[in-house]
Design a protein around this ligand. Sequence first.
Ligand code: MRU
Length: 345
Amino acid sequence: MAFQTMEWIGATATLRLLDQRFLPEVVQYRDLATPEAVAGAIRDMTVRGAPAIGVSAAFGIAQAALLAEAAGRPLIPALEAADGVLRASRPTAVNLFWALDRMAGLWRAGAGAAQLLAEAQVMEREDIAVNEAIAAHALAILPQEVTFFHHCNTGALAAVGVGTALGIIRRAHEAGRKVFAYLDETRPRLQGAKLSSFELMEYGVPHAIVVDGASAHIMRRRRVDMAVVGCDRVAANGDTANKIGTYNLALAAQDNGVPFYVACPSSTIDLATPDGDGIEIEEREADEVLRIGGQRVAPEGAPAFNPAFDVTPNRLIAGLITEFGIVRPPFDVNLRALLAGRDGR
Ligand code: MRU
């Protein structure tokens, strides 16, 4: 593969991240030597996608412990500070908080740097396995010939392994299915056009980039078998936060009888949030809307509003494809049962 999203460099205790801000033109990496730098890379979207953000944050915590140990400084204040700065980096993807809570459970119980680094590496390996399991469960319900609709980026760039929704598309193609994918360009940051297409070009998956507003029209006029997207936070009732425009895609899918699936690692399920109204939606700077490629496209001084995520109501979702299988409605009951099973394993 021509890229690697993240890599822990043990000799220097640095996290190497592919700098996704310059894709698809330039494949370049940043080596991050402190948890503050890792938090900055999450905030400025060097790394993006819920699973990739979570694992990066876990390495940031390990790094804080390694740095403190090497300097002979007390561990707990260093870890508290790192935890705080990482938690403040982005608000919506729950994987960030899931990863930090998991690491905090260890360091509050007295774990040292070596144990924290080992845990971050376990999370890295787990993500690879989770991605594969999600793809395998999806393959079981896919026809031999399948046309997908996809939003944002959910592939190897957004995770450690093959990714979630885009991982399904890639694995279906590699398994010999006749695959075609429509990729929403995903304004304003263009994750579909820049990142998902970059990946599918790499894997040789036939696809077309479309403007976000084209989905309803395409579903009405052309064959689309399934819409599949990722998620940043799934509330206890199945309401799903994902990249802005996902809700519109789900409405278009419902109106055209296209099943709408969410590829959902269990780490993205947040039972503490009862429904989608409780999910904090990141609002980003107006310039992301007002400029394309640095070029202003709106009148000088024009205002803009830029919510980065939306919430798709559970009634529009046919199933949540998790690493343990496909969860169907009623989601409030079935998600609780799924996580109880996971935690009892
Ligand atoms: O703002 P981003 O690029 O971090 O948003 C990414 C998404 O919304 C993804 O669809 C989501 O995190 C799932 S990634 C498997």
